[in-house]
Design a protein around this ligand. Structure first.
Ligand SMILES: [Zn+2]
Length: 282
């Protein structure tokens, strides 16, 4: 998903664009044009905008790998059962849109092969027994998605944002960056002939993320987050310092803005390291 920096337009990446990015990550710095407003921006910025977008449909799309939709006719006041054409182990969200007159409708998430729709008359819209046409759009996912652990944390941090669990989301964002850094260091160690066991021992014995980011990474691969002053400062202030105060019980409530800022900062920091490492990350 590619989001526009200036307007809310978005589009999916074309297969040839995905190939170009995989073949050469310098392609991420090439410019692309928004179909909506015509603005130009680098691919990497479009990808980041797509991930951090707060457009509701883009957000549910990001945390889902199954999207189904359809149109049904319900009799107001009765429970409607909708069978699904494929198994959806976890239903993330169902959007219902009444096409005719106003009716109160709500989905019941059964997870698996079906969901139900309950409906009720509102007094000024449809009456009990009336037939109502409703469009539905379902976002769901399989239980196990085969992606690296740090990416699972990114998706989890986003799910927690959507569920308004801002404290947890901030912690998960911080953990996803730490997990990404560990993955990067493990790959660099392996490239230098250090065994997986030795690499685990070294990583487990290291205290804190600062040492890994500011000492080990520059030593192993000449990549320094410090060189990007803006991201580095935000990462320290909005992610690490807040993560530590939450973990020690000092902050009671994290605001939506703080949680979103931590999420965006982590995405930007990950892309910065991914673009500047000598490794070819696929
Ligand atoms: Zn645009």
């Amino acid at each position: 998903m590619l989001g526009c920096v200036s307007c809310s337009s978005g589009r999916t990446l074309e297969p040839n664009e995905i190939q170009s990015i995989h073949a050469n990550k310098a392609f991420l710095n090439e410019e692309t044009k928004c179909n909506g407003c015509g603005d130009r921006f680098p691919y990497v910025e479009g990808i980041i905008q797509g991930i951090i977008s707060d457009s509701l449909f883009a957000e549910w799309n990001f945390v889902s790998n199954i999207v189904l939709s359809g149109s049904i006719k319900v009799s107001v006041g009765t429970v409607y059962h909708q069978k699904l054409e494929q198994e959806v182990p976890v239903i993330n969200k169902i959007f219902l849109t009444c096409i005719d007159t106003h009716t109160d409708v709500a989905p019941v998430y059964d997870h698996g092969h079906a969901f139900r729709v309950i409906s009720s008359a509102t007094g000024h819209g449809a009456k009990i027994g009336d037939t109502q046409k409703i469009d539905w759009l379902l976002y769901g996912r399989t239980k196990n998605i085969k992606i690296p652990v740090w990416q699972k944390f990114i998706i989890q941090a986003k799910e927690e944002l959507l569920q308004r669990q801002y404290n947890l989301s901030l912690l998960t964002s911080a953990i996803s960056f730490e997990s990404f850094v560990d993955t990067l260091i493990e790959k660099l160690f392996s490239q230098k002939g250090i065994t997986q066991e030795a690499s685990n021992i070294i990583l487990e014995s290291m205290s804190g993320i600062y040492h890994k980011v500011h000492k080990l990474l520059p030593e192993l691969d000449k990549i320094a987050l410090k060189e990007n002053k803006e991201i580095n400062k935000k990462w320290q202030k909005s992610v690490v310092e807040k993560r530590n105060t939450i973990a020690h019980g000092a902050i009671e409530e994290v605001s939506k803005e703080e949680a979103r800022e931590a999420f965006e900062t982590v995405i930007r920091a990950i892309y910065y390291l991914a673009q500047n490492t000598s490794l070819n990350l696929k």
